[in-house]
Write a protein that binds this ligand. Structure first.
Ligand SMILES: Nc1ncnc2c1ncn2[C@@H]1O[C@H](COP(=O)(O)OP(=O)(O)O)[C@@H](O)[C@H]1O
Ligand SMILES: [Mg+2]
Ligand SMILES: [Zn+2]
Length: 475
């Protein structure tokens, strides 16, 4: 069994506020509420040392009680919920289910109990349809719902997104820096250097995806593919640029002694220090570091990332967008606002988000606005068994990112049987009791503590009970 795990487990706002008699955030404003989540997060890591701790400074001494000691019934309703009525698909037995919003919700249960059916085919699919319709502002008939008789409370959600471990695109032109989206900012930083201004280089000069500053022999790839008959293609380092991806003139422009090519070959860890005084670049780099990807190279080709790495990069990309939620942070030191989507590197076939299912076509003004910070978008993330193939150290990192997404005001729904993950969820919906036709019912629901106390044949409840007990005794 994994676990004993998170030395400092997260706390659960739902259960904790159970002490305040049912209502979750009575009399607390947005800020306090966010702080509380952020604070509890703090306990498992140093994640929020930078901005958040400054922001919330002195007020963070309140409410330190560990969540396992708290009493009272948890409630899911503090921030509203999506309610699905009469879910009846495959083996689901006409379920009425509530998914609390702005929470990390975990759907558990034995294999074949109906988790994917409920989350993917009913929740995700219907939400997707409803959102598309509301986006088009067609006032006609409501879309036909699949596998359920009704769905309410979804209106606060503006976007639904599935995050999986499939590779990020197929194009070698995508890399962590471009995918997460801070590469534009790096290019603009280079374009502002005196040397670049003197030569009249704009930021596109520092792109390896458009002609101008890149090495044209390898088209900015640094490698060339040689087709071999009967054998797979062979890659060789481009001899014109020696793998540097840019031409000599471009490479002559240096920031703190490093060329744009040097930056591409930096690791995230190095780059965090290198760009320490450029918040718009530094922040996403810190996020990558926080989720344990400090060793990645900024220019590593996205298709070469492992499944777990790809998944965390996708999540960091989402997290990087939510940064702007906390204030006018998108202003750079010089006071300008980050690049609108239209001015970013030209979209490339297969670059970016195609592996994530996106409601209503992502490349729209909403995302642009999310990126430029003028509006924050409540996103519901769906993850089906995200810990598959992950080492338990990576599971912990994943849990942290998911909680940060929730802290930023989003909703995360995961299907999971990993106990570490289940124990750190805000809300559990346990399906079962068995697989197939003997499953498809809700056997337990509530915060981990509540589920652990449930005794009605829920396997999750039983295992969680021992798990939590053992964990408290280890502290
Ligand atoms: N397309 C389908 N047609 C018929 N039965 C299905 C279909 N998809 C899943 N099922 C059945 O529904 C039950 C629940 O499946 P699923 O939701 O995938 O379970 P879980 O994700 O919890 O492992 C299983 O018994 C499965 O065999
Ligand atoms: Mg499944
Ligand atoms: Zn070249």
């Amino acid at each position: 069994m994994t676990g004993r795990l998170l030395a400092e487990p997260l706390r659960h706002p739902i259960i904790r506020t159970g002490r305040t008699k049912g209502t979750i955030h009575t009399g607390k404003d947005e800020e306090t509420r966010r702080f509380e989540r952020i604070e509890r997060f703090d306990r498992i890591g140093k994640i929020n040392q930078s901005e958040d701790s400054k922001r919330f400074g002195s007020s963070r001494k309140t409410g330190r009680a560990g969540r396992l000691s708290s009493k009272g019934a948890g409630t899911a309703d503090g921030n509203g919920h999506i309610e699905i009525k009469g879910a009846r698909l495959h083996n689901l037995k006409g379920l009425n289910v509530r998914f609390p919003l702005e929470r990390l919700v975990c759907v558990s249960g034995v294999s074949g109990s109906g988790k994917s059916t409920l989350v993917q085919e009913v929740l995700f699919e219907n939400l997707h349809r409803l959102l598309q319709k509301s986006k088009k502002r067609t006032y006609g008939k409501d879309p036909v719902l699949i596998g359920c008789s009704g769905m309410s409370g979804w209106e606060r959600v503006q976007r639904v997104l599935e995050v999986n471990q499939t590779p990020i695109g197929k194009t070698p032109r995508s890399c962590p820096a471009t995918y997460v989206g801070f590469w534009d900012e790096v290019r603009r930083l280079f374009a502002r250097l005196p040397e670049a201004m003197m030569r009249g280089y704009g930021s596109s000069r520092f792109s390896f995806n458009v002609a101008g500053g890149r090495c044209e022999v390898c088209a900015g790839q640094g490698i060339k593919k040689i087709a071999m008959s009967f054998l797979p293609d062979v890659s060789v380092v481009c001899e014109a640029c020696d793998g540097k991806r840019f031409n000599q003139e471009t490479l002559a422009v240096c920031f703190k002694g490093r060329s744009i090519s040097d930056v591409l070959s930096m690791s995230v860890d190095e780059a965090v220090d290198f760009f320490a005084f450029h918040p718009t670049i530094h922040h996403p780099l810190r996020l990558l570091q926080d989720v344990g990807l400090g060793y990645l190279t900024l220019g590593q080709q996205s298709p070469t990332l492992s499944g777990g790495e790809a998944q965390r990069i996708k999540l960091v990309t989402e997290l990087a967008k939510t940064r702007w939620l906390n204030g006018p942070a998108l202003k750079t030191t010089r006071g300008e606002v980050a690049t609108p989507l239209s001015k970013r590197d030209p979209p490339l076939q297969g670059d970016g988000n195609e592996d994530t299912v996106i409601a209503g076509g992502e490349k729209d003004s909403k995302l642009a606005r999310a990126r430029t910070g003028s509006r924050y978008i409540h996103t519901l993330y769906v993850l089906d068994e995200p810990t598959i193939g992950l080492h338990m150290a990576d599971v912990e990192k994943l849990i942290r990112v998911l909680h940060r997404l929730v802290n930023a005001g989003n909703t995360v729904v995961i299907i999971e049987h990993n106990l570490d993950m289940i124990a750190e969820a805000d809300w559990i919906i346990d399906l079962g009791p068995e697989g197939g036709s003997r499953g498809g019912r809700i056997v337990a629901k509530g915060s981990p503590e509540i589920v652990a106390r449930t005794q009605n044949g829920s396997y999750t409840a039983e295992i969680l009970h021992h798990f939590l007990k053992e964990r408290t005794s280890h502290r």
